[in-house]
Design a protein around this ligand. Structure first.
Ligand code: NAD
Ligand code: DAU
Length: 343
């Protein structure tokens, strides 16, 4: 069945990769990207599809109900896929307000419009809603125990989606993805930050001992999973998406430096992130039963991502100047340095 999707946050990292996947895979589908273009939104991410007649861009905020209504009716939207969010944990610690507005109130606004117009609704969520997992892997039925303002705002979004399914019988699904890496990721996130710092000859600020564990997955794999769940997922259900294996941040840094053929001396251990979740790991058997499988290990995903940043300085160099410098100074300027191998 051809679809017309409202892809909110489609000018961001994962949303843009998803738009490319949909337009490449489904010749009959149409995509309306609905994006506020915050610091993380970038129309360069969509430059390749700018002239595609199946693609439209709407510059607006998901908290603006009238704008969402207008986009839905004007373009005959049948499906909302919500990627729009404030997505960086460190920013949620210093400035949580925008997270509550977009990730909670914005999700609610989209659900209201979807309810009124009888639309299919998919929520792109995160494994962070489960909180720190000391061992084993989080399953979809596990309690949500978010521990950062970002994770709490995403968990609130998930709960609203579930409530709208139960209360109003809406056709909803949720995916909970692990750490994505790949093209177009804003260089505040650890892999693009470290890759671009290393390429610029700078240090890599590892939080604490660097033995925290994350499941770094290739963004294309994650987008294929979201696409499958939109088309074949069971209404009312949530699906974890990841490789199913987590690696330490130190292992991630080693892959990154080896790919660039750079010295471990660039590593600098700095004061930890407050409330830092030590480990995430998800059980992916539910989405595997739906017919999806991850195509990259975390190490392959990291190496492939680093190569993309090597090949695309024209994308990230302009971002790392200007407003990004202010952010960098604010987040890293006053962090105590714990230890540097090269010191
Ligand atoms: P991103 O920060 O790169 O992009 C977010 C996009 O949303 C930007 O284009 C931004 O302009 C837009 N946006 C923000 N507020 C908006 C608003 N009020 N109205 C309209 N647009 C708005 O984020 P990302 O890394 O691509 O993440 C996309 C989604 O996936 C988020 O919901 C995030 O929680 C989730 N997620 C991310 C990861 C990850 O590793 N990056 C993993 C799992 C889940
Ligand atoms: O798990 C999914 C989540 O992954 C997504 O929901 C979030 O949107 C996304 O930002 C990401 O959250 P993390 O906090 O795990 O990602 P980040 O890239 O910020 O950090 C990854 C790990 O690296 C984490 O353990 C913190 C550490 N880190 C991060 C930065 C930015 C450092 O050691 N140094 C850094 O400078």
């Amino acid at each position: 069945m051809p679809r017309t999707m409202l892809v909110t946050g489609g000018a961001g990292f994962i949303g843009a990769n998803f738009v490319h996947l949909v337009l490449r895979t489904y010749p009959q589908d149409r995509v309306v990207v609905f994006d506020k273009l915050t610091y993380a939104g970038n129309l360069e991410n969509l430059a390749e599809v700018a002239d595609d007649p199946r693609y439209t861009f709407v510059h607006a905020d998901i908290c603006d109900r009238a704008a969402v209504e207008q986009a839905v009716t004007e373009h005959g939207v049948d499906t909302i896929v919500n990627f729009a969010a404030e997505s960086h944990v460190d920013r949620s610690i210093t400035e949580p307000d925008a997270f509550i507005k977009t990730d909670v109130n914005g999700t609610h606004t989209l659900l209201e419009v979807a309810r009124e117009h009888g639309l299919r609704y998919h929520q792109v969520s995160t494994d962070e809603v489960y909180g720190h997992v000391a061992d084993g892997a989080s399953a979809e039925g596990d309690p949500l125990e978010p521990r950062s303002p970002y994770a709490a705002s995403k968990a609130a979004g998930d709960l609203l989606v579930h409530a709208y399914h139960v209360t109003y019988g809406m056709h909803t699904t949720i995916t909970r993805g692990t750490n994505n890496v790949g093209p177009f990721q804003y260089p505040e996130k650890v892999v693009p930050l470290f890759a671009t710092n290393a390429l610029e000859g700078g240090r890599l600020p590892v939080y604490g001992d660097g033995l925290q564990e994350r499941d770094y997955q290739w963004v294309g794999d994650h987008c294929e999973a979201i696409d499958l769940v939109i088309r074949e997922g069971v209404s009312g259900e949530a699906y974890n998406v990841g490789t199913g294996t987590s690696i330490t941040n130190m292992a991630m840094v080693e892959v990154l430096l080896d790919t660039l053929d750079k010295s471990r001396d660039l590593i600098q251990h700095v004061e930890d992130r407050p409330g830092h979740d030590r480990r995430y790991c998800v059980d992916v058997s539910k989405i595997e039963k739906l017919g999806w499988t991850s195509r990259h290990t975390p190490r392959e995903a990291i190496a492939r991502t680093v190569q993309w940043y090597v090949d695309n300085p024209g994308w990230w160099e302009p971002i790392k100047s200007g407003a990004f410098r202010e952010y960098y100074e604010k987040n890293y300027g006053s962090r105590a340095v714990l230890e540097s191998p090269g010191a």
